[in-house]
Design a protein around this ligand. Structure first.
Ligand SMILES: Cc1cc2nc3c(=O)[nH]c(=O)nc-3n(C[C@H](O)[C@H](O)[C@H](O)COP(=O)(O)OP(=O)(O)OC[C@H]3O[C@@H](n4cnc5c(N)ncnc54)[C@H](O)[C@@H]3O)c2cc1C
Length: 300
């Protein structure tokens, strides 16, 4: 790792850090350090960092806004790359939209709605970046990103640029299948013309529904489990007596049964044990094995 570190110091300067604590870069406010950490602002920088890590056999993890992650208390071994402001742009021409992977999804929603473009309203209030939203095939209120994406651009593990059309992305419910180590740099969307006033009204409705449902007062990572086919994880968790259950400083929210909240100083291990306990309880009570939506990353 020493040679890689020297290369990263030379090309990233102050945008390189060693043993960078990750808790403050996640919405859960949980997680140990990344061995090596860089903020990439250009495709050239990103491509060089990926190729160098690949040559030295150092694992790479790409961090978005950290809103769907449980980073282990021991942190992430290898290199963590996050994309900086250089990737937080959008271009809108007619109904074709190109958004940089680091742009906040909520900013993109506001920009397209302001132009009278329909198709992304469902994403109002989903935190995180365009890149993270694409990888998670984020969705809500009956919509999902897969339906409006036409292509994705990114850099492969070997540092090469590549464009994938929407049918090469392997979209399914909260899941995509991308080439190993692929870092998304920008996403192309095709939207529909819509009525600006009606779109803003829809946005206000979604905002109000989210505010009523979600526990906004404690750090969390959104829904912990995916909905199983034909049912809702929150309903199953509530039925199985999980609501309000607590380990250490992590607890299932009393407001939304599928949210785990950090009451202050929770450890990743607390959250993981709580997830395991909840899965066991639901399986015993209903026979259904819930699948995590939150991604567990790092060294466990
Ligand atoms: C309060 C709250 C509400 C939420 N509501 C919803 C909801 O309604 N619907 C929903 O689907 N989700 C929801 N989420 C979960 C989360 O916001 C989404 O999954 C979001 O799209 C994740 O984006 P991110 O940038 O935070 O990605 P991260 O959490 O940082 O990463 C998620 C995955 O994407 C990968 N990734 C990120 N950026 C890139 C990139 N540029 N290239 C390659 N890989 C990348 C990461 O490696 C990781 O595997 C919610 C979360 C919170 C905290």
């Amino acid at each position: 790792m020493g040679e890689l570190e020297a290369q990263l110091v030379a090309s990233f300067g102050p945008a390189f850090e060693r043993n960078r604590p990750l808790a403050t870069l996640t919405s859960f406010r949980i997680g140990g350090p990344a061995d090596l950490f860089v903020i990439a602002n250009t495709e050239q920088q990103l491509s060089a960092a990926l190729a160098a890590a690949d040559q030295h056999d150092v694992p790479v993890f790409c961090l978005g806004a950290g809103t769907n992650l449980l980073v282990s208390d021991r942190g992430i071994r290898g290199l963590v790359i996050t994309l900086g402001p250089g990737f937080a742009y959008s271009n809108i021409e007619g109904n074709r939209v190109v958004a940089g992977a680091a742009l906040q999804f909520r900013t993109l929603v506001e920009r397209v709605v302001d132009k009278g473009l329909a198709g992304l309203e469902f994403a109002e209030g989903i935190p995180g970046t365009v890149g993270g939203g694409l990888v998670m095939n984020a969705g809500a209120f009956g919509g999902e990103i897969a339906r409006v994406v036409s292509a994705v651009h990114g850099i492969t593990a070997a540092g090469e640029q590549r464009r994938l059309s929407s049918d090469e992305i392997g979209f399914s419910y909260r899941r995509t299948v991308l080439p190993r180590g692929f870092v998304i740099t920008r996403v192309e969307f095709t939207l529909e013309p819509g009525d600006r006033h009606a779109l803003w009204t829809r946005i206000q409705t979604i905002r109000a529904q989210r505010a009523a449902r979600q526990p906004g007062d404690y750090p969390n990572a959104g829904s912990v489990f995916k909905n199983p086919p034909g049912d809702f994880a929150a309903r199953l968790l509530e039925k199985s007596g999980v609501k309000g259950m607590r380990i250490g400083a992590a607890a299932f929210s009393c407001r939304h049964a599928n949210f785990i909240i950090n009451l202050g100083g929770a450890r990743a291990e607390d959250v993981r044990r709580l997830m395991d306990l909840a899965r066991d309880k639901v399986r015993l009570a209903t026979g259904i094995l819930l699948e995590p939506e939150v991604k567990l990353v790092g060294e466990w």
